[in-house]
Every structure is written in structure tokens, then in C-alpha cells.
Design a binder for this molecule. Structure first.
Ligand code: NAP
Length: 243
């Protein structure tokens, strides 16, 4: 088991890639803290994990309006687990696909809050717990549009670029010791978000979240101990490592 008794936290664990990552981590022996907005979805993930003999706890938290509750979450995790080995900042929203000149200010700020501010606050507040782990790993979820802006992708593209940049800053501040920071670009994956962006697309033609989750497992495990400040592209990684 690659994550035996590791304490892991996955945001957006109630659906899509986050749910697949949570299930995979649990199947590899980890405790998984399931963080997300919709309690019923987290309970569904938790039921799946328990049914497979895994261990999970749910942490319902709205990463848009509930950021002030993160210190309370950190305290609760400290009391229950004492440390944190892996943090996956996966939760995100697409916003809307529209020309920048039409982009609504409120939506712009919402996308930044959930996609950038929340991963920053979570990482900062959970840092004391991460520092207590002998090999902590923080994995941030990027996107192809993080590396080159794309017309009509508005706030989403800008937030993913910011997340990549912030990951590099964290990695630079922890360059050779302790916590590792990397990003994963899942690439096109059959989830609700992808369907929102490409409503006419047949999801059967896309990789499933379960496939993409393998890259997150690699970055969470000791097999990536020396991988720091890297941006892994799931499609490339899976091609080279698993086929
Ligand atoms: P998804 O199924 O829509 O999952 C997004 C998750 O984020 C949901 O579980 C959602 O919870 C959670 N979330 C959204 N707003 C939240 C909030 N305010 N507070 C707490 N949780 C919140 O989409 P996905 O494709 O799996 O996306 C996962 C990550 O992959 C995202 O960062 C996305 O940008 C990235 N990504 C996806 C693709 C792709 O093709 N699918 C490609 C590149 C990057 P609720 O459902 O409860 O709101």
C-alpha cells in the first residue's frame, strides 16, 4: 500500500477528479479527509470508501464564503490526527466562458476566491500540521490554460496561472526540505466541469477521473520524494509511466 496510514485531505472530494483521488488514496491505506461544499456528495464519497474498507471523514466547507472557518478545521485536524501528510487542492469552479470585456466583477472575484485564495489559505493554515509530517506533499490542480491564456476562458485561466505561480513560490520557500509542492494538469477529463465547458462533447471519449487520479497518487507517495516545484501533465505522465 503506497499511502498506508497517511493522513490526507482532498478538496472537492464530492465529485469528479477529487472523488476519484479520495477513493484511490483510501484504497492505498490512507485516512482521507473529504472537504467540499455539498455535504450529501461528501457522504456519498465517504460511503464508497467505507464500503471498500477504507477510512474517511467528511469536512463540509464552502471555500467561497467559509474561509474564516479554516483555522477551526486546522484545530480539529490537529486534535484528531496531529499532523497532515498530503493536501490536494483540487476544488475549483469554471466561472463562465465569455469575452473578458463582458466578465462580471462578482463572478471574477468568486472564481479567484475558490480557485486561488482558498488553496492559499488552506495551505497556510494547515502548514503547522504539514510540517509535522516526515514527507508532506501539497498537490495543486492546474489546467492547460494556466500556461497559456485562451480566448473566452476569462477568470478561470487567470486563476490557474496564479495557482501555478503560487506553487512555485511555495516550492521555492521550501526548496530542499520538508513539504513538497507540485501541480497536476489533469487535461480533458470526463467530469461535470468539463461538460459545462464543452456541452456537446461525448464524455465517453475522455479519460475517466480514475485514470487521472494515478498522477495524484504518485505525487502523494514516497516514489516522488525528490519531485519539487514541478508541473505534471497527467496525459504525458500516464503515457510514460503506465502504458
Ligand atoms: P467537478 O466535478 O465540477 O468538481 C469540482 C469540485 O469542486 C466539486 O466537488 C465541488 O463541490 C468543489 N467546489 C466547487 N466550489 C466549491 C466551494 N465553494 N467550496 C468547496 N468546494 C467547492 O470538476 P473536476 O473536473 O473534477 O475539477 C477538479 C479540478 O480539476 C478543478 O480544479 C479543475 O479546474 C481541474 N481541471 C479539470 C479538468 C477537466 O477536464 N475535468 C481539466 C483541467 C483541470 P460541489 O459539487 O459540492 O460544489
Amino acid at each position: 500500500m503506497l499511502l498506508k496510514d497517511k493522513i490526507t485531505l482532498v478538496t472537492g472530494a464530492g465529485s469528479g477528479i477529487g472523488r476519484a483521488v479520495a477513493n484511490l488514496f483510501a484504497s492505498e491505506g490512507a485516512w482521507v479527509i473529504l472537504l467540499g461544499r455539498t455535504q450529501a456528495k461528501l457522504e456519498e464519497t465517504s460511503d464508497q470508501i467505507n464500503a471498500a474498507g477504507g477510512r474517511a471523514v467528511i469536512a463540509p466547507l464552502d471555500l467561497e464564503n467559509g474561509l474564516d472557518r479554516i483555522p477551526e478545521l486546522a484545530r480539529a485536524l490537529h486534535e484528531r490526527f496531529g499532523h497532515l501528510d498530503v493536501l490536494v487542492n483540487n476544488a475549483g469552479i469554471l466561472g463562465t466562458l465569455t469575452p473578458l470585456e463582458n466578465y462580471e466583477s462578482i463572478l471574477w472575484e468568486q472564481v479567484f476566491r475558490i480557485n486561488v485564495t482558498a488553496p492559499f489559505f488552506l495551505t497556510r493554515e494547515l502548514m503547522p500540521l504539514l510540517k509535522k509530517s516526515p514527507e508532506a506533499s501539497v498537490i495543486n490542480c492546474s489546467s492547460s490554460v494556466a500556461f497559456k491564456g485562451r480566448a473566452f476562458w476569462g477568470a478561470y485561466a487567470a486563476t490557474k496561472a496564479a495557482l501555478v505561480n503560487m506553487t512555485e513560490t511555495w516550492a521555492g520557500e521550501f526548496s530542499k526540505r520538508g513539504v513538497r509542492f507540485n501541480t497536476v494538469n489533469p487535461g480533458a477529463t470526463a467530469t461535470a466541469m468539463r461538460a459545462q465547458a464543452y456541452p456537446g462533447e461525448d464524455p465517453a471519449t475522455l479519460p475517466a477521473p480514475q485514470q487521472v487520479a494515478r498522477v495524484f497518487l504518485y505525487l502523494a507517495s514516497h516514489f516522488s520524494t525528490d519531485v519539487r516545484g514541478q508541473h505534471l501533465n497527467a496525459r504525458d505522465w500516464l503515457t510514460w509511466h503506465l502504458q
